[in-house]
Design a protein. Structure first.
Length: 382
């Protein structure tokens, strides 16, 4: 695994876990495989495909989303303890890379914050997009003298990234932040230069909240960004933090799995306006509220936007964290190893524990979605 530093948990986390405390994590999962097999045996679905520890070693290579990457780093050592003959080797690179490498069969799993588009799904009918958790995205800024938790809207963000709002004391910001002294500091929008699921979900919000954006760049892992003289680009979530930290006046979209690092580095987290008009930060309560508002509509193909969900407490930028996987694998052993990891990863007695999820500010899949995910897992064969 290529390392990515995760800082200490923020105080608002409910179940903080330090990644360095691997001894505690390993001891906690000592009975995971047996417990998990018992759960499998108790399943009522007689057609469930086999899972288990292969007779020979299998390595599962993953590449893609820098948002899901820290979570896979948390899961990998625990999974290897539970299933010693399966090694998970995750790597970053961006959601676009995850989709393309899984499509080309260069990796067994491609991490993505974005679901397959209709065109991608039609062109690759054997490629499955299987969610294993719920994530979210923060909006951060670095403005000297500005307090934390500035209120901001999707419409204002769109105008910043269009170059229409150029200073932090803009009247639109002042109107929703009464009593806050806003400095006349130049706005520096920071965006991803790689093909990115974070860009996909961020531009999805802009599309839903700004008509000009919807009729222009719209949304995607890559879009045709408006030409803004002061904009900066970055590669991956860690790059977004580094660029924003180095450039006062910046605004940036950053996945919650590294948001603790952003805050440790001095960035401020915005209160983002939701569909109900309320201003919220991404935390367990607001992410869960958004999940509960959207999950009942999840289709069998699992391709669903969770952006800008209804509800008074719902956080507006949440998403499924997907692994892109070919339905047909090169061998039965590889297929079984993949099914085993996925089944373990979504199980509360496997990888989807509160401590694992809170380590990166993720939320477990809702129970209503689990049968659809299991049905997709069962399609993987070799």
């Amino acid at each position: 695994m290529r390392p990515l530093t995760l800082g200490p948990r923020r105080p608002r986390q409910l179940l903080p876990v330090a990644l360095g405390a691997l001894a505690l994590l390993v001891s906690a999962c000592g009975g995971t495989a047996a417990t998990h097999h018992a759960r499998q045996a108790a399943k009522k679905n007689p057609t469930a495909a086999a899972t288990g520890n292969p007779s020979a070693p299998v390595t599962l290579n993953e590449a893609g989303s820098t948002l899901i990457y820290p979570y896979l780093q948390v899961l990998a050592p625990q999974f290897h303890v539970a299933y010693p003959n399966i090694t998970l080797d995750p790597g970053p690179g961006g959601s676009g890379l995850g989709i393309s490498e899984a499509t080309a069969r260069l990796v067994q799993m491609g991490g993505s914050d974005a679901y397959l588009s209709p065109a991608q799904a039609a062109a690759n009918p054997s490629l499955l997009n299987i969610p294993i958790a719920i994530s979210a995205q923060a909006v951060d800024y670095n403005v000297p003298g500005m307090p934390a938790n500035l209120k901001i809207t999707g419409n204002i963000l769109a105008q910043m990234y269009e170059g229409k709002i150029t200073e932090w004391n803009d009247p639109q910001l002042a109107a929703i932040n009464p009593g806050v002294t806003l400095p006349a500091v130049k706005v520096i929008p920071v965006r991803r230069v790689d093909s990115s699921g974070d860009t996909f979900i961020f531009t999805s919000l802009l599309t839903k909240t700004n008509t000009a954006w919807a009729n222009g760049p719209a949304f995607g892992t890559t879009v045709t960004w408006p030409s803004v003289s002061d904009e900066l680009t970055a590669n991956g979530n860690p790059g977004m933090i580094q660029v924003c930290k180095a450039n006062p006046g910046c605004v940036a979209y950053i996945g919650v799995s590294v948001e603790n690092t952003a805050i440790e580095d001095g960035l401020q987290e915005a209160l983002l306006q939701n569909r109900a008009g309320n201003y919220v930060v991404p935390d367990l309560a607001t992410i869960t509220a958004a999940v509960n508002a959207s999950a009942s509509g999840t289709p069998a193909n699992l391709r669903q936007s969770l952006i800008y969900s209804s509800g008074a407490e719902s956080y507006p930028i949440i998403n499924f964290e997907y692994l892109m996987i070919q339905q047909q694998q090169p061998s039965a052993a590889v297929a079984e190893a993949i099914r085993t990891f996925l089944d373990w990863a979504i199980s509360p007695t496997g990888g989807a524990t509160g401590s694992n999820l809170s380590a990166v500010d993720f939320v477990a899949l809702p129970q209503s979605v689990i049968p659809k995910v299991e049905a997709a897992i069962n399609k993987i064969s070799g």
